[in-house]
Design a protein around this ligand. Structure first.
Ligand code: NDP
Length: 268
C-alpha cells in the first residue's frame, strides 16, 4: 500500500531536480498535488522531469522550469524570484543539488576541487536558505537538506565532500534551532549509496558503478541497492503535515550500511 500525503496548494522547490534523487523527489511531490519547481543546468533534463511531474499531477499543475547553476548567487536569486513570480509563495525547499570530485590532498588541483565541492554542496544551501526564509516564514514552511552518510564516516579520496556534508548536517541543526521561532522546520537526510549519475559525472566508469552496485546488493542488510524513490518517500513524509514535531533530525537512509559497517572501498 502506498502512503500519500496531500500537498495540494503547496509549492516545492527542489534543487538538482533535473535528474537522480532530485527528479524522484519532484515527481513524488507533484504526484501528491504540489506545485513543483524543477531546476538544474541541463535544459533537456529539466524539461523531461517537468513533463513527468505534469503527467502525475492530479490536477495537472504545470511545473515551473528554471535553468540555474546553484554555485551562482544570481541564479539562486532568480530561481526564488521566478518561483514567487509564478506561484506567489514557497512552502518547501529541498536542497538536493550536489556533486563529487575525487582526489587526494597532494593532487595539484585539490584546492580547486575543494572549493568547487564546498560551493555546490554547502555554500549554495546556505545562500538559498538565506534568501528563502522570508517566504517560508509566511507559510510555516520547511527545508530538507540532502546530505550523505559521508558526513558520518570517512570515504576515501573525497575528503572535501565528507567535510561539506558534515558541515551541512550542522547547518541543518543550527537552522532548526534558529528558525523554529519562525515556525520553519529544517531536517536532513543522510543518503547512502544510490547508483545515480553522480558517479559517472565525477569520472567513474559505468562498469565500476555496476560492479559496486552488485557488491552493495550482496552486502547491504536490506539485500538491494538504494533507489531515488527511497529518498523521495522520506522527503514526502518529512515535508508533510504528519511531521510537524520533527525538526533538526538527521534521517539515515542507507539500507543499513552504517549500522552494519558494510563500508566498501569507493569508486575512484
Ligand atoms: P545526480 O548527479 O544524479 O544529480 C545531481 C543533480 O544536481 C542534477 O539534477 C544536476 O543537474 C544537479 N546539479 C549538480 N551540480 C549543479 C549545479 N552546479 N547547479 C545546479 N544543479 C546542479 O546526483 P544524485 O541524485 O545522486 O545526488 C543528489 C544529492 O544526493 C546530492 O546532494 C548528493 O550529494 C546526495 N547523495 C547522493 C548519493 C548517491 O549515492 N547517489 C549518496 C549520498 C548523498 P544538472 O546536471 O542539470 O545541472
Amino acid at each position: 500500500m502506498s502512503v500519500t500525503y496531500d500537498f495540494t496548494g503547496k509549492v516545492a522547490l527542489i534543487t538538482g531536480s533535473s535528474g537522480g534523487i532530485g527528479a524522484g523527489i519532484a515527481v513524488q511531490l507533484a504526484q501528491s498535488g504540489a506545485s513543483v519547481v524543477v531546476t538544474g543546468r541541463n535544459a533537456d533534463k529539466v524539461a523531461e522531469v517537468a513533463k513527468q511531474c505534469l503527467n502525475v499531477s492530479p490536477k495537472g499543475v504545470k511545473p515551473l522550469e528554471v535553468l540555474a547553476d546553484v554555485t551562482k548567487r544570481e541564479d539562486l536569486r532568480r530561481l526564488v524570484d521566478q518561483t514567487i513570480g509564478r506561484f506567489g509563495k514557497l512552502d518547501i525547499v529541498v536542497n538536493n543539488a550536489g556533486a563529487l570530485f575525487f582526489g587526494t590532498i597532494t593532487d595539484h588541483n585539490f584546492y580547486d576541487n575543494y572549493a568547487k565541492t564546498m560551493s555546490v554542496n554547502l555554500d549554495s544551501v546556505v545562500y538559498l536558505t538565506h534568501i528563502c526564509v522570508e517566504y517560508l516564514e509566511k507559510t510555516n514552511g520547511n527545508i530538507i537538506n540532502i546530505s550523505s552518510m559521508a558526513s558520518k564516516r570517512t570515504v576515501r579520496n573525497v575528503s572535501a565532500y565528507c567535510m561539506a556534508k558534515s558541515a551541512l548536517d550542522m547547518f541543518g541543526q543550527c537552522m532548526a534551532a534558529e528558525l523554529g521561532p519562525k515556525r520553519i522546520r529544517v531536517n536532513t537526510i543522510n543518503v547512502g549509496y544510490i547508483p545515480t549519475g553522480i558517479y559517472e559525472s565525477s569520472g567513474v566508469s559505468r562498469d565500476s558503478v555496476e560492479a559496486y552496485t552488485e557488491l552493495y546488493r550482496q552486502r547491504l542488510p536490506v539485500g538491494r541497492e538504494g533507489r531515488p524513490i527511497d529518498v523521495a518517500q522520506a522527503v514526502h513524509f518529512l515535508a508533510s503535515d504528519h511531521a510537524t514535531f520533527i525538526t533538526g533530525a538527521n534521517l539515515v537512509i542507507d539500507g543499513g550500511d552504517l549500522a552494519a559497517n558494510t563500508c566498501l572501498d569507493h569508486l575512484s
